[in-house]
Design a protein around this ligand. Structure first.
Ligand SMILES: Nc1ncnc2c1ncn2[C@@H]1O[C@H](COP(=O)(O)OP(=O)(O)OP(=O)(O)O)[C@@H](O)[C@H]1O
Ligand SMILES: [Mg+2]
Length: 449
């Protein structure tokens, strides 16, 4: 690492200052740590710094104020804001006010390392004067795919690389993680972007229809085939064919697909003419294809054909640090669509967004924001605009770190409330007698919420 990189850490917590300093020193950086904004500003006036790591929540001057003052002294120092989940909304505000980046606590040192390496690379480029301003703004976005998390940065790097090649790609990920979005981005940034992007949902059609949809059919091939029809393989010629939900195709169609992939040739249903096609195949699935291969539900040879490059899209719950940027993006989109003006989210609303598990992934987040924009009465989105998440919040869920006593208490309370505090019914539901229930209510001092 480079000895000449100077980093200033600003955090009111001693443990954070010490552990960050130790780690950065070990990485070979020069580090100074101070405990508040006033001391930080003194340092910024007195010396040259390559980066500032500033805690958001500090008594006295908070991280945003420090950022503002630093920018007055020197516009160009990159400032990274460190923040807890609950205050990510402020992190977005910090980004708007010129923070270089933000990092969500608890973080592992590697994330800081990555952010600092980016700063160094960026400053080298600035020196060489080849960095375009808009590229900085686009650092967490590529063709409408948004992601700052490490996982998504890897995905975006892969997408950029494979787009230029002609290789066959398999995109895996749960429902709503952006598989189609990624497929389109690859097509649009590929050499085939002038050609068509043709999507087929393999799950939507029964076997016979899917075959004729893919390969086309001759007139009279089956009842109802009144005219010759071109298949998607023909239509997608010179472009990209997106085979969505490929895990759902029948064994027979799998054979047909394998042939096109191997020989670039096919025949229409009911026809004999051998046709050629030049398409790039991108497939997507939310199933575990590898497991399906093991269970002999999906052909192994086809699996290897479609899976030359694989892109795995993480579920949203595994990349929560992307939520603030996604929220910003969807807010902007739906404010324009609904002709509304909304500044952001209350901190309680952001906390709910960060806490929720997002089984429907980015699509669900998008729907939640769209709805919130429509129903919001003020310029700030509040928990009432997020009824699903607010309801989820109230629900009791045992976690492994809870004691049995806590779990029992919460569970009894929940049972009582769902029976409107009717003791007989509740006792029956819990499988205990009334006396036992009454003594538990006393023991835990339970009261109507
Ligand atoms: N990283 C992202 N940045 C911005 N928008 C995203 C991102 N990921 C997903 N979306 C949006 O979420 C919605 C769902 O994405 P998409 O349709 O691509 O998901 P999918 O994985 O194909 O889902 P399914 O398996 O249900 O078909 C789309 O509106 C898409 O634009
Ligand atoms: Mg899809």
């Amino acid at each position: 690492m480079r000895k000449d990189v100077h980093i200033l850490v600003v955090d009111d917590e001693r443990i954070m200052r010490d552990s960050l300093s130790d780690w950065l020193l070990e990485e070979g950086y020069e580090v100074v740590a101070v405990e508040d904004g006033a001391r930080a500003l003194e340092k910024v006036r007195a010396e040259r710094w390559d980066a500032l790591l500033v805690d958001l929540k500090m008594p006295g001057m908070d991280g945003i104020e420090v950022l503002e003052e630093v920018k007055k002294i020197n516009q160009d120092i990159p400032v990274i804001i460190m923040t807890a989940y609950a205050t990510v909304d402020s992190a977005v505000r910090a980004m708007k006010q010129g923070a270089y980046d933000y990092i969500v606590k608890p973080f592992n040192p590697e994330e800081i390392g990555l952010a600092i390496r980016k700063i160094i690379a960026y400053q080298d480029l600035l020196k060489e004067n080849i960095y375009l301003r808009h590229e900085l703004e686009k650092k967490y976005e590529f063709m409408d795919i948004i992601g700052k998390s490490h996982k998504m940065q890897e995905v975006l790097a892969l997408v950029r690389t494979v787009a230029k090649s002609n290789s066959t790609i398999l995109i895996e990920g749960e429902s709503g993680t952006g598989k189609e979005l990624v497929a389109r981005a690859i097509h649009n940034s590929s050499l085939r972007s002038e050609g068509p992007f043709v999507a087929v949902s393999c799950a939507a059609l029964p076997e016979s229809l899917l075959e004729s949809e893919l390969f086309g059919h001759e007139k009279g091939a089956f009842t109802g085939a009144v005219a010759r029809k071109k298949g998607r393989f023909e239509i997608a010629n010179t472009g990209t064919l997106f085979l969505d939900e490929i895990g759902d195709i029948s064994p027979k169609t799998q054979v047909g697909l394998l042939r096109v992939l191997e020989e670039k040739k096919f025949t229409r249903v009911g026809g004999t003419e051998v046709l050629q096609t030049d398409v790039r195949i991108i497939s997507a699935t939310n199933k575990d294809l590898k497991a399906m291969v093991a269970e002999e539900k999906f052909r192994e040879d086809l699996y290897y054909r479609i899976n030359v490059v694989s892109i795995l899209l993480p579920p949203l719950r595994a990349k929560k640090e992307d939520i603030p940027l996604l929220v910003q993006h969807f807010l902007k989109k739906y404010c324009i669509e609904n002709k509304k003006e909304i500044d952001g989210l209350s901190s309680e609303a952001s906390r709910l967004l960060m806490k929720y598990d997002w089984p429907g992934n980015v699509r669900e987040l998008e729907n939640v924001i769209e709805r919130a924009v429509v129903v919001a009465k003020e310029r700030i989105i509040v928990p009432e605009d997020l009824p699903l998440l607010a309801a989820e919040e109230g629900k009791f869920k045992p976690t492994p770190d809870m004691s049995l006593r806590e779990v029992e208490k919460e569970h009894i309370l929940l049972a009582l409330e769902s029976n409107n505090w009717n003791i007989t019914k509740t006792a029956k539901m819990l499988g205990i007698d009334r006396n036992t229930l009454s003594s538990r209510i006393k023991k835990y001092k339970l009261k109507k919420r």
